[in-house]
Design a protein around this ligand. Structure first.
Ligand code: FE2
Ligand code: FE2
Length: 323
């Protein structure tokens, strides 16, 4: 016999299903299945953590930017990523989780962030390549999320994508400038592209037949395209850009397939991907150690902000009682 709660849930589930079917948004006040809430918390938290950890590889070059102009551009870009993290933590909080708790899970290694940020940035060309390929892949992933069924996530993605588009262009512009420079600069760009191409392809996640949650996420409107569809879109988009730039990708299997109207490409090294996901990438430990140190060093700021907010609230109350 169904419990009273189950009886109560039937019309709620129907309303939820009808909202998804009509391509309308689910808002935080609406009833939603537990699995939907958990999937979104996991996805949004992982996305927020990626924005925050993603500040580190490029932040590494802030003090060594080759000119004031490059320093100003890179500072703006890294600050944008902090902002993306903040929007996304706020979106996650509408689902009933606490940001402090999410941060703890990140620094204890209980929640993940994108594996791309576990590769080191070895030259200034990496700043350009990350903008072009890593932010470029992020755009492919995130533009469809502007239509996510969960309202706060979809709305956050609209602004995030506008800024990602600036990130992608600043990267491409930096590489274009270097390609017009010396032979040494051109070699530096090609070497950087060689290191980032495969990790960028892995940003779309494992192949569809090894991605067990995709079908449910697509049915819920949380995900709009499969990993392989997005990867193909990214490859097709990037090849003409590489040609215009004058660089090549390190994949002997890249070839135009007239029948499919798309480029064929080789298989990324998924064993490398799995090793990094499990925490064994070149910089996993350093990234988390740095994030943990920043969190601990910032404790006094959080305490001061809390004390200030309490004081403001007290003042507001005492003003209210005065005539
Ligand atoms: Fe971002
Ligand atoms: Fe970005």
């Amino acid at each position: 016999m169904p419990s009273p709660a189950d009886v109560h849930d039937v019309p709620l589930q129907e309303t939820f299903d009808a909202t998804i079917a009509a391509e309308q948004r689910i808002e935080p006040r609406d009833w939603m299945p537990d699995g939907y809430r958990k999937t979104l918390i996991r996805q949004i938290a992982q996305h927020a953590h990626s924005e925050i950890i993603g500040m580190q590889p490029e932040g590494n070059w802030l003090t060594r930017a080759p000119s004031l102009r490059r320093k100003a551009i890179l500072t703006a870009k890294v600050q944008d990523e902090a902002g993306h993290g903040m929007y996304l933590y706020s979106a996650a909080e509408t689902l009933g989780v606490d940001r402090e708790d999410l941060t703890t899970k990140l620094i204890e290694g209980r929640q993940k962030y994108s594996s791309i940020f576990n590769y080191p940035t070895l030259t200034y060309a990496d700043v350009g390549t990350i903008g072009w390929l890593v932010d470029g892949a992020a755009i492919c992933n995130q533009v469809p999320l502007c239509r996510s069924s969960f309202g706060p996530y979809a709305r956050a993605m609209i602004r995030v994508c506008k800024e990602e588009s600036f990130h992608q262009r600043q990267g491409y512009e930096l590489l274009t400038t270097m390609m017009r420079g010396t032979d040494e600069q051109r070699a530096m760009v090609q070497e950087s592209v060689n290191r980032w191409w495969w990790p960028a392809l892995m940003m779309f996640g494992p192949p569809d037949d090894q991605s067990p949650n995709t079908a449910q996420s697509m049915a819920w409107g949380v995900k709009r395209h499969t990993n392989d569809e997005l990867r193909q879109r990214f490859v097709d988009m990037s090849i003409p850009q590489a040609q215009a730039l004058g660089v090549t990708f390190p994949d002997p299997d890249l070839a135009w397939n007239a029948e499919r109207g798309s480029y064929d490409f080789g298989e990324p090294d998924w064993s490398e991907f799995m090793a990094i996901v499990k925490g064994n990438g070149p910089t996993n430990l350093a990234r988390i150690a740095r994030r943990r140190a920043a969190h601990e060093d910032g404790a006094w700021v959080r305490e001061a902000a809390t004390a200030f907010a309490a004081k403001q609230a007290g003042q507001t109350r005492s003003e209210e009682v005065q005539p």
